[in-house]
Write a protein of this length. Structure first.
Length: 297
């Protein structure tokens, strides 16, 4: 990590406010255009997916306006930062899987099922998904795991961290706004027939999203600002769960995992000084020590 203390960036506040405002405007406008314009299911799905990509579209547009092609390249480079040390890859894989199994256990207990049998079936379902990995990967690419992350982690998070804000505070703020961005799908489920959700699911979904944001931020700041590891990998595994989520248990399980990360992840409470995390204008240097980046846990 860089030992040199960085000066706060006053413009980062304006940049991130613009990002959130435009992201909500673009996505919500496209989402509500589907029922208002009576678009067919196929056309509506395309428009819906463009709306899902709203955070990334806005992120690249603002990056170009703020700093031209160097900033666009810097943003794009975050998805190819893979040399971050094995433990952060392990964390990115283990956190969503742990939450998935805790959620299944909680759901089984609530519904008076055998917890051991439910976890065994869940493990078999994950193994089957691994066998079908190419199909699963193509499926999740069409959703938020790929289309959103240039916005939430690639663009917004480094700017939220730039003024000395603690990562835990940045994670909670980013997570709350990320959750609210999904609200139309839950508030008007009959208008958006792309998921089996209702408004009653939203509080539990929002809890899960804020928890995801805490995990992702912890991995992101310790993985050299890698959107690939701290954003996409975690998001892919959350979206690619082999069983339909029951949001009360998934929200609770996600919060449990987030609480563990918040309890032991000391780096969440110290302002970030790592140039690789905060730099906006140039791709990060390749810097690995003994197979793992030297980072605060």
């Amino acid at each position: 990590m860089s030992a040199e203390r960085r000066e706060p960036r006053a413009e980062s506040v304006k940049e991130v406010v613009r990002f959130y405002a435009l992201t909500f405007a673009v996505t919500w406008a496209l989402a509500f255009a589907i029922p208002l314009l009576h678009l067919s299911e196929s056309v509506g799905l395309v428009v819906f997916l463009v709306g899902v990509a709203g955070p990334s579209i806005v992120a690249f547009a603002l990056s170009f306006l703020e700093g031209g092609l160097p900033r666009v390249r810097a943003l794009a480079s975050r998805i190819v930062r893979w040399r971050v040390g094995w433990r952060w890859w392990l964390a990115a894989l283990a956190l969503p899987l742990t939450a998935s199994f805790i959620a299944r256990a909680l759901g089984a207990a609530y519904h008076h099922e055998s917890v051991s049998e439910a976890l065994t079936r869940h493990a078999h379902a994950w193994w089957s998904l691994r066998v079908l990995q190419p199909v699963a990967f193509l499926y999740v690419l069409r959703g938020g795991a790929f289309l959103e992350e240039f916005g939430w982690r690639g663009y917004a998070l480094p700017r939220l961290l730039a003024n000395g804000r603690r990562p835990i505070d940045a994670a909670l703020l980013n997570g709350v706004l990320w959750a609210l961005w999904h609200l139309p799908v839950y508030a008007f489920p009959t208008l958006f027939p792309y998921g089996n959700v209702t408004l009653l699911d939203f509080p539990f979904f929002a809890l899960g999203i804020v928890a995801f944001s805490v995990w992702q931020t912890w991995v992101f700041i310790n993985a050299r600002g890698s959107q690939l590891v701290g954003g996409n990998v975690v998001h892919i595994l959350v979206n690619a769960g082999p069983e339909e989520p029951w949001w009360p248990s998934l929200g609770a399980a996600s919060a449990i995992v987030a609480a563990i990360v918040a309890l032991f992840g000391r780096s969440l409470y110290t302002p970030v000084q790592d140039d690789d995390v905060l730099r906006l204008d140039a791709p990060a240097r390749a810097r690995v020590t003994s197979g793992a980046v030297i980072a605060r846990t």
